[in-house]
Design a protein around this ligand. Sequence first.
Ligand code: HPA
Length: 235
Amino acid sequence: MATPHINAKDGAFAETVLMPGDPLRAKMIAETFLEGAEQVTNVRNVFGYTGSYKGKRLSVMAHGMGIPSASIYTTELIKDYGVKNIIRIGSCGAVTPNIKLRELFIAMGASTDSKVNRMRFNDHDYAAIADYTLLRTLVDTAAEQGKKVTVGNVFSADLFYGVQPNMLDVLSKMQVNVIEMELAGIYAVAAQYGARAAGILTVSDIIPTGEATSAEERQTSFRDMMEVALDAAIK
Ligand code: HPA
């Protein structure tokens, strides 16, 4: 049955869904990497597709930007469409000097300035973590492909513009390596509704210096990330 934000038929999604932020990226992934991909939902132009990869059924659907948007789509996919595994594929800004431009980062935990997990957790501090099996599969797949990844803590920020300047020092001191905008929400939604989630990210900018990848570099690191995410998704 359709939900307020997804108009797919029952059973339209595979057990595993890869989720970029951008709907056009979801379309591009479906067209480039999946065989026999069909569009299964288009509400608000937030596109979702199901096809197969190396013979296994696989879906890709956008989650939009920020925790509120990502929480809506992941909740409905898990609760109403029976999705079991969510892999966020996105980009992030590096905060700590050990993380370099174009590298891959796998999010073991997600800290946040959002209040959503306090709302879920009696106003206490919930440790939003990736599913261990999914995390390990991503890490092992990257190793098999000879790709360097760093595994660590992300900061899921509510504000893209206007993160407090001293926050960068706090993140660095606490060894929170990168900033993105969704995983603390996605990890908690997965826990709440009994699914598994993990996130793999490319480093698109270095926040303290303002250094950013060129369009061409973004393509290369995106392909590296996709190769890991796709092979991990069908294991
Ligand atoms: N902030 C939040 N999300 C991001 C960033 C950033 O600097 N870069 C890529 N995703």
